[in-house]
Ligand binder design. Structure first.
Ligand SMILES: [Ca+2]
Ligand SMILES: [Ca+2]
Ligand SMILES: [Ca+2]
Length: 225
């Protein structure tokens, strides 16, 4: 269960104090939890074609769409930054720029604290609230969702990008103000007409298996327990 035991924060501080001045370490970024949502179907299976590392939560996740009509692709990530050095709950999140049409986002506490955020429930529902849930340092998680439609013959490629360098265009930033680490989360949509000319949905850095909602919810409860 991802809870903060009484006195843990103080013990973490004492441990760091006993160990001496903070040492600048190599990137200490880990992923506690993630989920994908594609046209109403939740999964933790990452499609081939991207470079996503489920250990660090960095890289790209690419979803492909081919049927005409309305579509939605979404990704939820709960990173921890320098957790062994300064805990997972000293962190901040913020949006950077203006989201393009169709792209929604959310930053919030992932739902484990005494005053839980609602981001995971919103991710399950496919309806993000376009806001930062907590104003002060906390456990941070992020989600992006892109709603779009395809005409007959069109195909769509939706890339979710997670890296340690700020991308151009709209993105979310998850940062640790004490260690200086950051994770940047962006998305890019490409729609290819039957002619193969490219219409770029814009928004982020350009690029490019399945279980039901109930299954994902059960899996998460297992992690909590
Ligand atoms: Ca931290
Ligand atoms: Ca929220
Ligand atoms: Ca987190």
């Amino acid at each position: 269960m991802k809870t903060i035991p009484c006195g843990f924060k103080r013990l973490a501080f004492l441990a760091a104090w006993v160990a001496g001045p903070p040492v600048v370490l190599a990137a200490d970024i880990s992923l506690f939890e993630f989920g994908l949502l594609k046209d109403g179907v939740h999964s933790t299976d990452v499609p081939s074609g991207g470079s996503f590392d489920p250990g660090t939560g960095l890289g790209s996740i690419v979803m492909s769409f081919s049927s005409h009509g309305s579509h939605q692709g979404a990704v939820y990530v709960d990173h921890e930054l320098s957790e062994t050095l300064n805990t997972f709950f000293n962190e901040l999140g913020s949006p950077q720029g203006t989201a393009p049409a169709g792209l929604s986002w959310e930053i919030d506490e992932p739902g484990f604290s005494g005053d839980p955020g609602d981001i995971f429930d919103h991710f399950l529902a496919g309806s993000l609230d376009n806001s930062v849930g907590k104003s002060g340092p906390d456990d941070v998680s992020m989600a992006l969702a892109w709603n779009f439609s395809l005409q007959p013959g069109e195909t769509g490629s939706l890339a979710f990008l997670l890296g340690t360098e700020a991308p151009s265009g709209f993105h979310l930033r998850h940062s640790d103000p004490d260690s200086g680490e950051s994770v940047y989360f962006s998305a890019a949509l490409r729609i290819l007409p039957p002619s193969n000319s490219v219409a770029d949905g814009g928004g982020g850095t350009s690029l490019v298996a399945i279980a039901a909602v109930a299954m994902l919810a059960r899996w998460r409860q297992g992690r909590r327990g």
